[in-house]
Design a protein around this ligand. Structure first.
Ligand code: CO8
Length: 258
């Protein structure tokens, strides 16, 4: 049983809710440890097809916990940063698609958590920012790396150097957010998107994610070779046979994740 998060799963879709609303879901050591724990459960669930991450109350996550960080020494700060970054990297490295449903403030560690997901959907009430320099620290859960990869170095520098918050629409314009919804429509939109992913051949979806994520770290020839290899491996799956047979027989495919 978790104290700071909830995890529910139905029909191949997992919903992970960060839940410490009295502190706007700010990430403390317990939350980071519980996130690491639930990630083990999620990583081992071969039936899971998509993960949605959201927050309880008026925040998605308002950052790392400032009261806990306020008295940290150099080595404690290094360790805290490592633990936070490690769990976000585990989210990013999940083979299945991930969606951040950002219901409110996504600041500092919260923006970093959202960016560890493949897709960010936002409520009209959401606000994004990396306000760390105003607290005398740098972004420490990989924000200096993921924000420029998402929005380009110049825009990331503007946001990180100023620490300013941007509204959901502006975050969408800069490419951080895929789409913006009325607050009451956000979770339904995230579920609809998740359903549109899990109805497809799971191995083909996972291979597509691997091609994109790993390919972006490679030179173009190596990346195309990777795509060719994973494309070829699809032909060794039962779901490729089923998907194409279903098309030719004009019926819906019944994929088995095989
Ligand atoms: N940490 C701890 N507590 C927090 C945090 C936080 N990040 N954010 C909000 N809270 C608490 C408040 O202290 C308050 O508690 P209390 O009721 O006991 O006083 C409660 O949540 C509600 O917050 P507010 O009353 O401030 O709510 P408002 O609606 O007035 O304001 C804001 C909302 C604008 C989001 C405001 O709370 C705020 O500015 N919060 C801090 C945002 C911030 O600076 N986040 C970045 C933190 S640094 C970070 O994330 C670094 C990540 C990498 C760490 C690496 C470590 C080495």
């Amino acid at each position: 049983m978790y104290q700071t998060i909830r995890y529910e799963k139905s029909d191949k879709i997992g919903v992970l809710t960060i839940s410490r609303p009295a502190a706007l879901n700010a990430l403390n050591s317990l939350e980071i440890a519980e996130l690491a724990q639930v990630m083990t459960e999620i990583e081992q669930d071969a039936d899971l097809g998509c993960l949605i991450i959201t927050g309880d109350g008026k925040a998605f996550v308002a950052g790392a916990d400032i009261s806990e960080m306020s008295s940290m020494t150099l080595s404690e700060g290094r360790d805290f940063g490592r633990r936070g970054s490690a769990v976000m990297r585990r989210i990013e490295k999940l083979e299945i698609p991930t969606i951040a449903a950002v219901n409110g403030f996504a600041l500092g560690g919260g923006c970093e958590l959202a960016m560890s997901c493949d897709i960010i959907l936002a409520s009209e009430k959401a606000k994004f920012g990396q306000p760390e320099v105003g607290l005398g620290i740098t972004p420490g859960f990989s924000g200096t790396q993921r924000l420029p990869r998402r929005v380009g170095a110049a825009k990331a520098k503007e946001l990180i150097f100023s620490g300013k918050m941007v509204k959901a629409e502006e975050a969408k314009e800069m490419g951080l957010v895929n789409a913006v919804y009325a607050p009451e429509a956000l979770m339904e939109a995230a579920m609809e998107m998740a359903k549109s992913f899990v109805k497809n051949a799971p191995i083909a979806v996972k291979y597509s994610k691997a091609c994109i994520d790993r390919g972006l770290q490679m030179d173009i020839d190596g990346a195309i070779a990777l795509e060719n290899e994973l494309f070829a491996m699809c032909f060794a799956t039962a779901d490729q046979k089923e998907g194409m047979a279903a098309f030719l027989e004009k019926r819906a495919a019944a994929f088995e994740n095989k």
